[in-house]
Design a protein around this ligand. Structure first.
Ligand code: MN
Ligand code: MN
Length: 465
């Protein structure tokens, strides 16, 4: 091989070198990434809602020695506890050798995803078909949710205090549901609508039945037949919908994408693609110096408000519980905390690359993506991580040989978005967004790259150590 020229040597030394991660890692590393993603796909299939994600996460954590935190108990360094907030948000902690007051190593990802929520009074009959009214949850392109098979997940809270859990449409032999769209032959008027209005919110009605109850007198017999079936199966009546949380999610399962199987397609990867690595990383954390915590939160997709969102006092109270156990101070702990806000970024799509600024966009297979700030309209609505903190994380990733990249969410002023980072930052902690680039974000079927998922896990495991 010929000697490098002076210019080539200088370029190596001085210029930022971006290169496909698959060309930078060993085949063994790629095998590990593929293997990790087999577990990840199983998690995606088992946990399609925030409630199911909490159940699955707790199941895994308990098998690794985590126990529910009990007020008044003292936990020693190395012990593992968790805090379950209403079955929708959960925080896992491994107690450090340093006092909790000296700060935590916190990862925060969300386990809610865009979907169609069933309205409180949803069931109606029209033209002898039974349908459910929905109110979409999170930012969706509504037209994407028509003509795809849907499953129904959630709970009914009954008047007697019992809760009935529903999961219907996931198994091959189970019925599915669907929002129907207009055929193209008759869509000339609909086609004049803007894409945003192509399907309107009140047109997202889910078809749930067509067979009438056999009777000549009563009206709305299809609806009646559905209510009878629901009573038989779940013991519920129409009024029980009023105290229910039911979510329609795509009924398909996670699968490999591509001839080379290098990618994953699934519903709900925003943000389970970060939540699962965060969960695995905290489960693998043994005897850390600083208390490590992973919080898997609800309500990010609608602004993080509410008592299961990360803009609630849940995180502060949880860290407070750990501090109080040691006679420590929660405000000191929060101010000394370092956090990775683990959320997805938009990967550059070759078909839609115009929305990106290529030098500051993220790409599939370029590794886990570090995002200094999100927001929109001149960095509004974000936490802009300090240069010093970016420097800290950068060194951590480089020293561990983790493949990573940086990326902004699109070109300046083309749109934007937010994460939980600012809520953690507002508590005084250092925080930066770190997550996996996604194609078709918020669609019923989102795409990620296996190497990036694995690098997200490795980054978090290193951070929690
Ligand atoms: Mn997200
Ligand atoms: Mn999102």
């Amino acid at each position: 091989m010929s000697e490098k020229t002076k210019a080539e040597q200088l370029k190596d030394h001085l210029c930022l070198n971006r290169k496909n991660g698959l060309l930078r890692v060993s085949d063994d590393c790629i095998e590990k990434a593929y293997a990790f993603c087999e577990d990840y796909k199983a998690f995606l299939n088992a946990a399609k809602t925030e409630r199911e994600a909490v159940i699955e996460a707790v199941k895994l954590a308990e098998s690794k020695g985590f126990v529910p935190f009990e007020e008044g108990q003292t936990y020693a360094a190395g012990e593992k506890v968790y805090f379950n907030n209403r079955g929708k948000t959960v925080a896992f902690a491994v107690i450090g050798t340093e006092p909790v007051e000296n700060g935590l190593r916190l990862t925060a990802a969300h386990i809610d995803s865009p979907r169609l929520d069933i309205k409180p009074n949803p069931l109606y009959e029209d033209l002898e078909l039974a349908l459910l009214k929905t109110h979409y949850y999170g930012g969706i392109k509504k037209y994407q949710w028509t003509a795809v098979p849907l499953a129904l997940h959630g709970v009914f809270a009954l008047r007697d205090g019992k809760t009935v859990t529903v999961s219907l449409g996931e198994q091959a032999d189970e019925p599915k549901f669907v929002v129907n769209d207009l055929l193209p032959h008759l869509a000339s008027e609909q086609n004049k609508r803007t894409l945003n209005e192509g399907i309107k919110g009140e047109e997202l009605n889910v078809l749930v039945g067509s067979r009438p109850f056999r009777d000549d007198k009563a009206s709305e017999l299809v609806k009646l037949n559905i209510l009878e079936l629901l009573f038989e199966k779940y013991g519920i009546t129409e009024s029980d919908f009023l105290s229910a949380e039911l979510e329609c999610v795509p009924a398909f399962t996670a699968s490999d994408i591509g001839f080379d199987r290098s990618m994953i397609g699934s519903y709900g990867q925003d943000d389970r693609v970060c939540a699962y690595p965060a969960l695995r990383a905290i489960c693998d954390t043994e005897n850390p110096r600083y208390t490590a915590m992973a919080v898997l939160t609800d309500k990010e997709e609608i602004g993080s408000d509410g008592n299961t969102g990360l803009n609630s006092a849940f995180l502060k109270y949880t860290v407070g519980d750990l501090c109080r156990m040691q006679g420590g101070d929660v405000t000191l702990a929060l101010r000394r905390t370092k956090c990775l806000s683990a959320d997805v970024n938009a990967a550059t799509d070759p078909t839609f690359k115009d929305v990106m600024e290529a030098k500051n966009a993220s790409y599939l297979n370029y590794g886990v993506c570090l995002t200094k700030y999100t927001g929109s309209r001149g960095k509004a609505g974000t936490s802009d991580a300090s240069a010093e903190y970016v420097g800290y994380v950068r060194q951590l990733l480089d020293d561990a040989g983790i493949i990573w990249q940086t990326g902004e969410l699109g070109r300046v002023d083309i749109g934007g978005g937010g994460t939980v980072a600012m809520y953690v930052a507002n508590l005084g902690a250092d925080v930066i967004d770190l997550g996996v680039p996604v194609l078709s974000m918020h669609a019923p079927f989102e795409t990620t790259a296996k190497l990036d998922v694995y690098m997200c896990y490795r980054a978090m495991a290193e951070f929690c150590k």
